[in-house]
Design a binder for this molecule. Structure first.
Ligand code: PLP
Ligand code: COI
Length: 361
């Protein structure tokens, strides 16, 4: 499908807003343009790049009432050669359609998703930051626009990509360790539900628990499955831990866990750094016992926004604190973070073919 564009004159573009900002916040800035495609009458049409701005929608739009929305999160990086490289955007496009299928939305061509985002980044390339731990965060999303109040899948959708020059997800970046709340009172997803889809409702479900976590001095919840037996996710990240012998363990993907592109990438990368890595069901009871015995020495979260976030403490509902190792950021977590971000930033060879240069269209 041809992508048309209606662009702002150079004099109205606002990329100088981020010039000289060393501590960019996460997700607060927007670039000058956005990519849009409409689904109506059984087909996707009118792929276009237009100035960033409000989108008109009927008050009866299905997404506003029943939350039929999905999103993705990807990143692009400015390399030393001045060019911009997107990281595994094809995987995000693929997962977008997995999410769509899980909540009865229309799939959209993966090639069109990638091309739309690449052209948008080309147009807004001056917004791509290059300060440490920064990236151009790519946020594709799709929402139901049909004006219909019956509870059923919408017959109309909008697909959109917006961009946000961003710093680290957790202020302080990698060097800021995260504390997670272990609780049996809240769950983000259940088996047979929508946890493996990046649908808005999963994030709505995490708001209250996230607030409770903050009241306990934690950044997020370590979500357990609905039977409170197994570890599932760490807020908006997959969880990982590292054993005394250096083995990295990630919870096995189930239908209530998001298939993290970061985790999948780590499963490829870690063996090349000399680490054993595996996925398994992790009983919370064993996890806690192994932290106490010192068999687990490091832990953290994997995710696009949060990259590799070290977890130094867990706190229980009753206030008891469980320290991981000596509570400092561990050497393995640091090595993994450095190796992964070196590839993203072009400081190490891209052996896996994860990066795609943003062309000048
Ligand atoms: N789990 C949840 C619930 C998330 O929202 C995210 C973020 O996208 C992740 C895990 C990490 O996935 P990815 O590495 O693909 O960003
Ligand atoms: C991401 O890591 O890209 C996410 O989607 C997490 C997000 C909810 C900020």
């Amino acid at each position: 499908m041809e992508i048309t564009s209606k662009l702002l004159p150079e004099s109205d573009r606002k990329y100088s807003q981020i010039a000289g900002i060393k501590d960019l916040p996460f997700g607060q800035f927007r670039t000058d343009h956005m990519f849009l495609v409409d689904y109506k009458d059984g087909e996707w049409k009118n792929a276009r790049i237009v100035p960033y701005g409000p989108i008109e929608m009927m008050p009866g739009a299905v997404s506003l009432h029943y939350g039929q929305t999905i999103f993705e999160g990807a990143k692009a990086f400015r390399h030393a050669d001045g060019e911009i490289y997107a990281f595994r955007l094809d995987q995000n496009a693929k997962r977008m359609n997995v999410s769509a299928e899980l909540i009865c939305m229309q799939s959209i061509s993966e090639e069109l998703q990638v091309e739309g985002a690449m052209r948008l980044m080309d147009i807004d390339r001056k917004w791509c930051p290059d300060v440490p731990e920064s990236s151009l965060y790519i946020r594709p999303f799709m929402f139901a626009t049909e004006d219909a109040l019956g509870v059923r899948p919408s017959r109309e959708y909008k697909y959109c990509v917006i961009l946000s020059p961003s710093g680290p997800y957790y202020a302080g970046g990698f060097n800021h360790s995260v504390r997670l709340l272990i609780t049996d009172k809240y769950h983000r997803a259940v088996s047979g539900g929508t946890g493996a889809s990046k649908t808005g409702g999963n994030y709505t479900a995490s708001l209250k628990p996230g607030m409770v976590a903050k009241q306990c001095g934690a950044s997020q919840v370590l979500y357990l499955d609905a039977t409170n037996t197994y570890i599932e996710e760490a807020g908006a990240m997959n969880h990982f831990h590292i054993m005394k012998d250096g083995t990295v363990i990630i919870p096995e993907f189930t239908d209530s866990i998001l298939r993290s592109i970061t985790s999948i990438s780590m499963i490829e990368l870690l063996p090349t750094l000399g680490y054993k890595v595996r996925q398994e069901r992790i009983a919370i009871k064993d996890f806690v016992a192994q932290i106490k015995s010192g068999d687990i020495i490091e832990a953290g979260g994997f995710g696009t926004a949060a990259v590799v976030s070290p977890v130094n403490e867990y706190v229980f509902d009753d206030g008891e604190i469980l320290k991981v190792g000596n509570g400092e950021i561990g050497e393995h977590t640091r090595k993994i973070y450095e190796a992964y971000t070196a590839i993203q930033k072009g400081a190490a060879p891209d052996k896996f073919g994860w990066l795609k240069k943003v062309e000048r269209y």
